[in-house]
Write a protein that binds this ligand. Structure first.
Ligand code: IPM
Ligand code: MN
Length: 355
């Protein structure tokens, strides 16, 4: 198969972790006889520094002519500490999601047997957790208008807006995911307070009879925040709006033991995007110490979701599992063992694939 992949390394540790994913993707391509071409483009602070915009048109064009986008991370502290900054790196990511029509962010949470004790949560609570969030990605308070500041600057406002079609397409995807899994769908909302949440609940209730094989439960977001770490095994597929999903998926990553492990896929159009859920980790940038596994696992999701190549996807997950079991891991997971460099982990994974 021929694949054209847009590479958007972004900021901070982004370039380092994306480099490792490229090694792995190349090794897979060689093994299975695929032809892969990569085209690199700028996003985030790197793009602002170069051309003044966080998601330049040239970058969008690179994405549009690709079959899939592999993304690193975005964000730079020099903007976080300057609330008056007019352009922010994060706008690049948001604009890219919007312009590519990526309305669903698939964020799985699972455990690795050899890492259970790395999680701050008790073994019996988390062992066997296997859940997936479908986070709505192009609507809600992240995009709603009006937003901004009053003229005097003493008031700020954001607006949470959802249209039925936005909820429906995400919910249908949730039902389909549940069908292929354990057939339980949880609609996460705040319907006791928010009008948008009531529309979510109403929409999911209307669709439910079309999926009689799927059990649907409705739960308030604050209660989910609690049960997610108390009894994560009780969830299968969770659907939720943009901001709730942002927050809950960071929380869920604690279950797996490290934020450096969890991948994601953004779906909704022909061009799908794959990225780790972690941020740009600026303290580690350029040090060759960041965990590349979330990005490598995002590449595994790319083979599965963008190219429907399950065998290739599985092989990547398998070697990632092996690296964890054999302790070929970066400092966040090394414990008392040897801490490998980012690039060493990537090299090891690529070698294992080539075998
Ligand atoms: C994420 C990130 C982004 C988000 C930021 C960087 C805009 O936290 O992908 O979860 O909030 O969506
Ligand atoms: Mn986030």
């Amino acid at each position: 198969m021929e694949m054209n992949i847009a590479l958007l390394p972004g900021d901070g540790i982004g370039p380092e972790v994306v480099d490792q994913a490229v090694k792995v993707v190349n090794a897979v391509a060689k093994k299975f006889g695929h032809t892969i071409t990569f085209e690199k483009a700028l996003t985030g602070a790197a793009a602002i520094d170069a051309v003044g915009l966080p998601y330049p048109d040239e970058t969008h064009e690179v994405c549009l002519r690709s079959d899939a986008v592999l993304f690193g991370a975005i964000g730079d502290p020099k903007y976080d500490n300057d609330p008056s900054a007019k352009v922010r790196p994060e706008q690049g990511l948001l604009l890219m999601r919007k312009k590519l029509g990526l309305f669903a962010n698939v964020r799985p949470t699972f455990t690795f047997p050899s890492l259970i004790d790395k999680s701050p949560l008790k073994r019996d609570r988390i062992e066997g957790t296997d859940l997936v969030f479908l986070r709505e990605l192009t609507g809600g308070i992240y995009f709603g208008e009006p937003r901004g500041r009053s003229e005097q600057g003493d008031r700020a406002f954001d607006t949470c807006v959802y249209n039925v079609f936005e909820i429906e397409r995400l919910a249908r995807m949730g039902f389909e995911f549940a069908r292929k899994r354990r057939k339980l769908l949880t609609c996460v909302d705040k319907a006791n307070v928010l009008a948008t949440s009531r529309l979510w609940r109403e929409t999911v209730q209307r669709l439910a009879p079309e999926y009689p094989d799927v059990k649907v439960e409705y739960e308030f977001v604050d209660a989910v925040a609690m049960r997610l770490i108390q009894w994560p095994k009780s969830y299968d597929v969770l659907i939720t709006e943009n901001l709730f999903g942002d927050i809950l998926t960071d929380e869920a990553s604690v279950i797996s033991g490290s934020m450096g492990l969890m991948p994601s896929a953004s779906l909704g159009s022909d061009i799908k995007l794959f990225e780790p859920i972690h941020g740009s980790y600026p303290q580690a940038a350029g040090k060759n110490i960041a965990n590349p596994l979330a990005t490598v696992l995002s590449a595994s999701m790319m083979f599965e979701y963008a190219f429907d190549l399950q065998e290739e996807a599985n092989l990547i997950s398998e070697v990632v599992n092996r690296s964890i079991e054999e302790g070929i891991v970066t400092e966040d997971l090394a414990g008392d063992g040897k801490a490998y460099k980012t690039s060493e982990v990537g090299d090891w994974l690529a070698e294992q694939i080539a075998k």
